[in-house]
Design a protein around this ligand. Structure first.
Ligand code: GUN
Length: 296
């Protein structure tokens, strides 16, 4: 069998950001509306600092307002709740993202549930999670699964009747991804670290989504020939001479010999997540102003 098509998430995300920039310009011109995204970072987690810097830069590049709030690692829950309440009430802020993980003294889900669901661009509030699960109303959908679905639409076509296996059961990726795939009429399995015979579960998958955070755990012989493989993992592994490199949850070189299409790490799902955050901020701004959802 020939090698897998490499799904170029980096190029797809760049095009998507370009289209978002076009819609944002139109919102300014026709509605005098500039979408605003507030990002809250508590503490100094280096990976979070990199993500947040990229988010802020790309928000500004798309023509949106970017509001950055950096709080010390010692911030208490009440102080963070106060900030969230102010952002909820601020008409210039249409989207609020509280970067995870939060320090131990803070109850993360309580913070996420304090965000106005209309401004919850992460889609982590129970109201948005519930809307997605029940297929009712118009949820804001978590960014990484939303990016995965956009790539599947482009690379896997009609998903009806396909078998999808998701490895990982997080609220951020695994669970919302399962509901999005169900919505496209897939037969969905959520597998995880305690699944019995994980390789044979994965071998059933026409669509395999790896989101466990374990470097190169999914091997080439776990993959059904011709499957579409989405690798959500971003793991830094140490190399010789103090160097390191990023790898996914899938052993890429093995997997590309078997899969029909596969996302690389880096340059696959990662860039899609931020592009989808911008898309959600724009959608949230439109909904708050009674403007029809933009199509990008
Ligand atoms: N930390 C890692 N990924 C995410 C994400 O998608 N949203 C937030 N808020 N924090 C994260």
């Amino acid at each position: 069998m020939s090698e897998a098509r490499i799904i170029d998430g980096k190029a797809f995300a760049a095009e998507l950001r370009g289209r978002i920039g076009g819609v944002v310009a139109g919102l300014k011109r026709e509605h005098d509306l500039t979408p605003g995204l507030a990002v809250v970072l508590v503490g100094e987690n280096p990976a979070s600092q990199v993500y947040v810097r990229n988010k802020n830069r790309q928000t500004a590049e798309a023509g949106m307002n970017s509001f950055h709030h950096a709080l010390s690692a010692a911030t208490g829950q009440d102080e963070l709740l106060d900030l969230i309440a102010r952002l909820n009430a601020d008409p210039a802020v249409h989207g609020i993202l509280v970067q995870l993980p939060l320090p131990d003294q803070i109850d993360a889900q309580a913070m996420l549930d304090a965000i106005d669901p209309a401004k919850d661009v992460d889609g982590f509030h129970v109201v948005n999670a519930g809307r997605l699960m029940t297929g009712t109303g118009k949820p804001l959908v978590p960014c990484t699964p939303l990016g995965c679905m956009m790539l599947l639409r482009e690379y896997a076509g009609d998903l009806t009747g396909k078998r999808a296996v998701i490895v990982g059961r997080s609220n951020i990726v695994g669970k919302p991804m399962a509901h999005l795939l169900l919505g496209q009429h897939c037969t969905v399995t959520i597998a995880h670290s305690r699944t019995r015979d994980l390789p044979s579960e994965c071998r059933q998958a026409d669509i395999l989504v790896a989101a466990v955070g374990r470097a190169e755990m999914v091997r080439g012989d776990w993959i059904k020939p011709g499957a579409t493989v989405l690798d959500v993992g971003i793991n830094r592994i140490e190399m010789a001479e103090g160097k390191s490199r990023l790898v996914g949850d899938v052993a890429f070189e093995e997997a590309r010999q078997v899969a029909g299409a596969i996302t690389p790490v880096p340059g696959g799902i990662g860039p899609m997540t931020i592009a989808c955050l911008l898309s959600n901020a724009m959608t949230a701004a439109c909904r708050q102003h009674g403007i029809e959802d933009p199509v990008v």
